[in-house]
Design a binder for this molecule. Structure first.
Ligand code: HEC
Length: 86
């Protein structure tokens, strides 16, 4: 986490995504491993994305509440997730 904290904001969302989310969702959000939803097709609002990330759900999305470090990392991650929409 310390490494990621030092990156400029723009890159931090991607770095967090690469570290925590790529294994299931893939670089472009479309991988769908372990039943993960295609993030490029997602229509969730910011607050719904935040809740998914923080608390996960019973369908296989894990909770990341205790893994994100600084509060603002969540916002950067939400912005990055939305950037995957085409
Ligand atoms: C262990 C695999 C796994 C990892 C790691 C994972 N996810 Fe997921 N994610 C899922 C699954 C499975 C779903 C679909 C759950 C469902 O069907 O409701 C999901 C759903 C989501 C959704 C909801 C999409 C929608 O339109 O309903 C978002 C947003 C999301 N993930 C973001 C993330 C982010 C950001 C990370 C990294 C912090 C992450 N996920 C890491 C498995 C994963």
């Amino acid at each position: 986490m310390e490494e990621i904290e030092k990156l400029p904001e723009m890159e931090r969302g991607k770095a967090l995504y690469d570290a925590k989310c790529v294994s299931c969702h893939g670089e472009d959000g479309k991988l769908g491993s372990s039943g993960a939803k295609d993030l490029s097709q997602s229509t969730l609002t910011d607050s719904e994305i935040k809740n998914s990330i923080l608390y996960g759900n019973e369908n296989g999305m894990p909770p990341f509440k205790d893994q994100l470090g600084a509060e603002e990392n969540l916002d950067l991650l939400v912005a990055y997730v939305k950037s995957l929409r085409k």
